[in-house]
Design a protein around this ligand. Structure first.
Ligand SMILES: [Zn+2]
Ligand SMILES: [Zn+2]
Ligand SMILES: [Zn+2]
Length: 331
């Protein structure tokens, strides 16, 4: 049984003593395919159409975070520890095996986006959970073993370090200027146009100025909004986001089959820590998706020290991803 320990020198939580992926699936059958539902844990929810499911959600069979635990924060002299309480769910995005995002119909991606939003909203009802992380790993370089499109949702009593950093600097920007850092960035990038990879009425995809990975792309809603789940309530927004995701993943897919897609979303406003802190969260945080392609396996040094060397200029990456005319996407 594992626990979480806080490193006081970096304020990073480490999961200690937990063996991830203890049991491997040795069967040749894909546990995510229709007909093999018995190979997974029972479904939390399914979107059904004509008697078949279009998307399916169930708890990960080997979670690192466990919902039945309580945080049980304890001190050991100067050190802090707590139980690895949380939830880890898998969303199977599409019933067909081996279908990747660009090959899915816009309606199927829009359906998956609706499922993600509903699950995030539900997981945020648990006040112990400060954040719900959504990510998708495509290709072996990302560590993904199952070639059936799926997405992870991980609710945790801590905020992931990179999102905490973004919150801190976005808040710093807002405190000085009373403007959202991300809205400022989007406005400037749309004005300059050199790093824009795709655009439509509601969303813009851009290759960030200081991209860590070749062809790294961030997708932002053009209108300020802190929480993904509230934006995804509108069907129109779900379709427009699907269109951008398809366009970008098709462009990246032509370069590499390996990429991470991560949602940087607002933390849980119902969680206890926000009493006092995070008063301007709705104004200063702006949700977005980050797509991080891997052209080769990333060296440990890069991950651990956050010191990235990227051979592709983001301006060139945007040019490749937008293909012909960026304004083709506008509608
Ligand atoms: Zn399958
Ligand atoms: Zn904003
Ligand atoms: Zn981000």
């Amino acid at each position: 049984m594992g626990e979480m320990r806080l490193d006081p020198t970096t304020m990073t939580w480490v999961i200690s003593g937990e063996e991830a992926n203890k049991t491997k699936n040795h069967s040749h059958d894909c546990p995510f395919c229709p007909g093999n539902e018995g190979m997974t844990t029972p479904a939390i929810c399914e979107v059904r159409e004509n008697g078949n499911w279009r998307a399916r959600v169930f708890p990960d069979i080997n979670p690192v975070f466990r919902i039945e635990y309580n945080e049980d924060r304890e001190a050991e002299w100067m050190y802090d520890r707590m139980k690895n309480c949380g939830a880890h769910e898998i969303v199977v995005d599409h019933p067909s095996h081996g279908v990747s995002l660009p090959a899915m119909e816009e309606g199927a991606i829009a359906c998956a986006l609706e499922v993600y939003a509903k699950r995030i909203e539900d997981l945020k009802n648990d006040k112990r959970m400060k954040h719900v992380l959504l990510f998708k790993n495509e290709g072996e370089f990302t560590g993904s073993g199952i070639r059936h499109s799926h997405t992870h949702l991980v609710a945790t009593p801590i905020i992931p370090k990179r999102i905490e950093q973004e919150m801190r600097w976005a808040h710093h920007h807002y405190a000085r200027k009373e403007r959202c850092l991300f809205c400022d960035m989007v406005r400037q990038e749309l004005g300059a146009g050199v790093r824009i990879a795709a655009e439509n009425r509601a969303f813009v995809a851009l290759c960030p100025f200081a991209s860590r990975f070749p062809y790294e792309t961030w997708i932002f809603p053009k209108t300020h909004c802190h929480a993904f789940e509230s934006a995804m309530k509108a069907e129109d927004e779900r379709y427009l986001l699907s269109g951008i995701i398809r366009h970008i993943t098709a462009g990246i897919g032509a370069i590499t089959p390996h990429y991470h897609m991560v949602l940087h979303n607002s933390p849980n406003e119902k969680a206890r820590f926000l009493n006092g802190d995070g008063k301007t969260l709705r104004e200063d945080f702006h949700w977005h998706m980050e797509i991080l392609p891997l052209l080769r396996e990333v060296k440990r040094f890069n991950w651990e020290e956050e010191f990235f060397v990227n051979p592709v200029r983001p301006e060139d990456a945007a040019g490749v991803l937008k293909g012909g005319n960026v304004y083709e996407m506008v509608r």
